[in-house]
Design a protein around this ligand. Structure first.
Ligand code: ZN
Length: 192
């Protein structure tokens, strides 16, 4: 049976494409290792298809420095179109993760991440000002889908806690059994 580098057996594959558009303020390598271990410990192989740092033109940088659309589920928005336009022809199978400089929903509220996406374009946006847990958390939302409840947990030992900045550094927050059961039903997971 296929195993990942942390020794976890592969029951399902989670294909992801990671596009970085901004200088990341959290520890990127730790965030990837954490996601590999978290999903891997549940038999889900964190399958990174590509990791691209995108060089933006000055105009693109100004436009996309901070994503300021509303974080809404199941619908497309102009900024997501802009993000996908940047990686046109490069997005293969799997979920696209865009790391952006910031996420601002209404001029005041900033978010560490947003998992709202158009149904036909699975994606999550992670803020460069998020934490090493934000990427795994936003992917969790995509896999759990918009109808899963509760959206967030109150315990900071659960990766789906409300606010990944509440998770202590270098801890290992997990999914609970109900969350995993739902995640394993995700159509984004492929066979190993
Ligand atoms: Zn969340």
């Amino acid at each position: 049976m296929k195993k990942d580098k942390h020794g976890n057996s592969c029951n399902k594959l989670l294909p992801v494409n990671i596009f970085t558009l901004a200088a990341v303020k959290f520890d990127y390598n730790k965030s990837i290792t954490f996601a590999e271990k978290l999903y891997g410990s549940n038999g889900i192989y964190f399958d990174i298809r590509q990791q691209l740092c995108l060089a933006l033109t000055e105009t693109q940088q100004t436009k996309l420095a901070v994503i300021d659309g509303q974080c809404k589920w199941d619908q497309n928005n102009a900024e997501q179109d802009d993000l996908f336009e940047l990686v046109k022809g490069r997005v293969g199978a799997g979920i696209s993760i865009f790391i952006v400089g910031g996420i601002n929903t209404d001029g005041k509220t900033t978010l560490a991440g947003c998992a709202g996406h158009s149904p036909s374009k699975p994606a999550a946006v992670v803020s460069a000002t998020g934490t090493m847990y934000t990427l795994a958390h936003e992917l969790g939302h995509v896999l759990l889908t918009s109808t899963f409840s509760p959206v967030h947990e109150t315990s900071n030992s659960n990766i789906m806690v409300n606010g990944t900045h509440n998770i202590p550094a270098d801890s290992f927050p997990t999914f609970n059994a109900t969350q995993i059961k739902q995640i394993l039903k995700s159509t984004h997971l492929k066979d190993c």
